[in-house]
Design a protein around this ligand. Structure first.
Ligand SMILES: NC(=O)c1ccc[n+]([C@@H]2O[C@H](COP(=O)([O-])OP(=O)(O)OC[C@H]3O[C@@H](n4cnc5c(N)ncnc54)[C@H](O)[C@@H]3O)[C@@H](O)[C@H]2O)c1
Length: 275
């Protein structure tokens, strides 16, 4: 299905850890659509993951950057522009981590040092990523920045803990910076609110299998896969979506507008009858 819709565009992709990562698929599809890309991840993730394999596949280089560190981000943009031979047209921020979630804490048991760390990595890093580009004037006119979110920003998912707050902040940053960067340079900034997806970060949430299955049963189109998400991101990087900005875009097979489905109701009633 490649149509070359990113031909001539240059991008930076944050967050490909292994071939399950959403960012991994986005990198593959961006390359397939004709973009030239640079990959980046936190130095520690580069040691743990398999990003070099992706770099080879997508004819790209890897520039390490901790997305919470402005110096690293400045270095990333400077080197990426040098390597790609021009300013950047699109950025994918595909980053999330909560120490509270990792340690299995409940919302009412938060350790605030961990909360601050998780907020910095999962949400403030989005602001830092955009601000570094702003300060260096690293993005081209009509550039596109996409962050990945989850519907826990709007609704309660009982074990999602502080990641719910982090996603709410992430979506707010897309709106606020989207206003300023839109005025300055017609840069558009959006978040994509993705279905539960089987990845390292996703599977780290307690009860993930249940969220995944429930969402799949409730959504008329079923869960959106990482591949579906990559296709959507590609469209947002392309010139076909130039006037979409400051939005949180649900990419979830219809889940966000559902209350009850026949499939979920049947299963629920059966489980009651069996008791
Ligand atoms: N998997 C899901 O169910 C799901 C659903 C909706 C949204 N999302 C979001 O999608 C995004 C990508 O997650 P994923 O599911 O592909 O999992 P993943 O674990 O493959 O990706 C998370 C990435 O964040 C990177 N990261 C962590 N700390 C960093 C730092 N300080 N600097 C730079 N990078 C850092 C990790 O190295 C990793 O590559 C996240 O924002 C996640 O919240 C995931």
């Amino acid at each position: 299905m490649p149509n070359g819709i990113l031909k001539g565009k240059k991008g930076i992709i944050f967050g490909a850890l292994d071939n399950q990562s959403i960012a991994w698929k986005v990198a593959e599809y961006a390359f397939r659509e004709g973009a030239e890309i640079v990959l980046t991840n936190a130095p520690i993730a580069l040691r743990m993951g398999t990003i070099n394999e992706l770099a080879e596949k997508t004819n790209s280089i890897v520039i390490p950057a901790d997305a919470t560190n402005t110096e690293d981000l400045n270095n990333l943009y400077t080197k990426a522009i040098e390597h790609l031979g021009g300013k950047i047209d699109f950025v994918l921020h595909s980053i999330g981590m909560s120490v509270n979630v990792r340690k299995g804490k409940q919302y009412y048991e938060m350790n605030y040092d961990w909360t601050l760390k998780g907020m910095d990595v999962s949400a403030t890093s989005f602001h830092k990523t955009i601000k570094a580009a702003w300060d260096l004037d690293a993005l081209n006119e009509w550039g596109s920045v996409v962050g990945l979110s989850y519907i826990a920003a709007q609704r309660v998912f009982h074990t999602y803990n502080d990641m719910a707050d982090n996603k709410a902040l992430l979506e707010s940053i897309a709106r606020s910076f989207g206003y300023h960067y839109g005025l300055k340079k017609n840069v558009r900034i959006n978040t994509v609110s993705q279905s539960p997806t089987i990845t390292t970060a996703g599977s780290g949430v307690s009860g993930f299998d249940g969220f995944f299955k429930f969402a799949d049963d409730l959504s008329p189109l079923g869960n959106a896969t990482a591949e579906d998400c990559a296709n959507y991101c590609i469209s947002l990087f392309s010139d076909y979506t130039k006037k979409i900005t400051m939005q949180n875009l649900f990419h979830d097979g219809g889940f966000s507008n559902m209350g009850m489905s026949a499939k979920v109701m049947d299963k629920y009633m059966r489980s009651i009858e069996e008791k």
